[in-house]
Write a protein that binds this ligand. Structure first.
Ligand code: NAD
Ligand code: LMR
Length: 328
């Protein structure tokens, strides 16, 4: 294990997700026993609150927290970072879809893409949590021409974890028995959580469930609309679960997926499964050595094809909208 600290940037560090995420990262949720150095980006008015969060980080006396730097200048904060977690963006409120945030949040990701391009470490990996996450990742990647596109990913791990949890509850299984769940498409209400290739204790999940109506009318909408249900209940969007998924995604990206399983990540499409090249869409992926590969050869039936196509069409619309806004 390297003893050189992993330099991890987190944007929006004084926000709700930040308040959970920073403590998870500092206690080893991504890098294990490897030391981490936190680089925390906020807008100027939030720096005072962020100072308070840093006091709390200090007060935890985390053994592997090698340093914390805060600031509002992306080029200063991203300098030499190995991992950048782009969380900072406005969340949606009740009644909004995540796509409604495109113009409000898109501009953040042009500036941050440019700054990462200028100063990040050569091995940087960039995970986008801020919504609309897929298209924000596309904006950041497009504005960072010297960083390979495959270094950018948007978070659909929260949806993946939600799908595991719903399926475990339905079948009375342990979450650890559930493998090979896939989230396809956009991190939005059109996403397609697919259990047709998933396994529960080695058996095909759809066959174990044996209830197409539950899959179509309960499971898929519950997972796809879970973010809205949390906003309704909490009056604020998911935060601790989003932080946990952000850690899961980064840890597996850097350290590899376990044999016999895969994870969902939104990555730049190479045309696999008919998803137009260049869209940042969620796929089943395996990772190794900090690189991901889309799982190939899965059979897609007409039901799944229709769902994937609908979500991908939404991503194409979002891309057209940000092109129109001059963000890519
Ligand atoms: P929040 O409003 O509590 O925090 C956002 C923080 O970002 C604020 O502190 C704000 O000052 C900061 N910020 C704004 N512009 C910035 C900039 N240019 N640079 C740096 N920081 C900036 O919001 P939150 O609840 O922490 O959510 C953050 C984002 O994550 C939202 O867009 C939300 O919708 C999204 N989200 C995504 C997922 C997912 O699964 N992909 C899950 C939950 C939330
Ligand atoms: C979520 O999925 O919980 C987040 O993307 C927040 C939201 O707006 O739904």
């Amino acid at each position: 294990m390297s003893t050189t600290p992993l330099k991890v940037a987190v944007t929006g560090a004084a926000g709700q997700i930040g308040y959970s995420l920073l403590f998870r990262i500092a206690s080893g949720a991504i890098a294990g026993d490897r030391p981490v150095e936190l680089r925390l980006l906020e807008i100027e008015p939030a720096l005072k609150a962020l100072e308070g969060v840093v006091m709390e980080l200090d007060d935890c006396a985390f053994p592997n927290l090698a340093g914390v730097q805060i600031g509002s200048d992306p080029e200063q904060i991203f300098d030499g970072v190995n991992l950048a977690l782009l969380v900072g963006a406005r969340p949606r409120g009740p009644g909004m879809e995540r796509g409604d945030l495109l113009s409000a949040n898109g501009a953040i990701f042009t500036a941050q893409g440019k700054a990462l391009n200028a100063v990040a470490a050569d091995d940087v990996r960039i995970g986008v949590t801020g919504n609309p996450a897929n298209t924000n990742a596309l904006i950041a990647a497009t504005n960072a021409p010297d960083i390979p596109n495959e270094r950018f990913s948007a978070l659909t791990r929260l949806d993946h974890n939600r799908a595991i949890s719903q399926l475990a509850a339905k079948t009375g299984s342990a979450v650890t028995d559930i493998k090979k769940i896939t989230i396809w498409g956009n991190h939005s209400a059109t996403q397609y959580p697919d259990i047709f290739h998933a396994e529960i204790a080695g058996k095909n999940a759809a066959e174990v469930v044996n209830d197409q109506a539950w899959i179509a009318d309960t499971f898929i909408p519950t997972v796809a609309k879970r973010g809205a249900a949390i906003i309704d209940a909490r009056g604020a969007s998911s935060a601790a679960s989003a932080a946990s998924a952000t850690c899961d995604a980064a840890r597996d990206w850097l350290n590899g997926t376990p044999a016999g399983d895969w994870v969902s990540m939104a990555v730049v499409s190479d045309g696999s499964y008919g998803v137009p090249e260049g869209l940042v869409s969620s796929f089943p992926v395996t990772t190794s050595g900090g690189n991901w590969e889309i799982v190939q050869g899965l059979e897609i039936d007409d039901f799944s094809r229709g769902k994937i196509d609908a979500s991908v069409a939404e991503l194409a619309d979002e891309k057209a909208a940000v092109t129109e806004l001059g963000l890519i």
